[in-house]
Ligand binder design. Sequence first.
Ligand SMILES: [Zn+2]
Length: 200
Amino acid sequence: MNRHTERTISVSYDEHLLKRAARRYWLRSMAIPLFLLAITLLFAAVVSRSELPTIVTPVAWTVSGTIMIGLIYSYRQGMSVATRFAASMDDTTVTLRFSEHGMAVASEMGCGESPWRAYQCIWRYDDMWMIVSWQRYVIVPTDQQDDELRDIIVRGMANRHRREPVCRKCGYDLRGQIAPRCPECGEPFDIDLLEAERKV
Ligand SMILES: [Zn+2]
């Protein structure tokens, strides 16, 4: 088996795409506050009609109002980050490189690489995948995907906490190898170095 383990794609991170992703991110990350808002609104509505001491009603409305303001604020914040990000780039093309080890993102704003273990999960939508970590995500439009690319992403995410050494080139599991070459593809390796990298 000889699989490609590295792929590069170019995506236009235009405002439309960024806002769609930001809206989804907001909705999912705000699930608990939205739930709390529903509960407090319901509670406020119920106490307004009951015989409870008068102080409870304004407190309940104030709490739900505060949650609502917080939610609106965070939504607007997310949208304006998306708008500003798109507006700040002359060229919205972002180059994404996927490999066994992680994802590298490069645009005119700069570039950075993170290992798969820096991300938590993949959100799959019809039009895009969002590879999500705390407070950030990478958007991979589905029209830019094929089986090979999805395989690299899914495998990278599934193995992200694995500690076994794997071949840099083909991803072959190198546990128990004595000869310093990958038996699958022949790539030379230094087992101590691989082990050390995995533990970083
Ligand atoms: Zn190999």
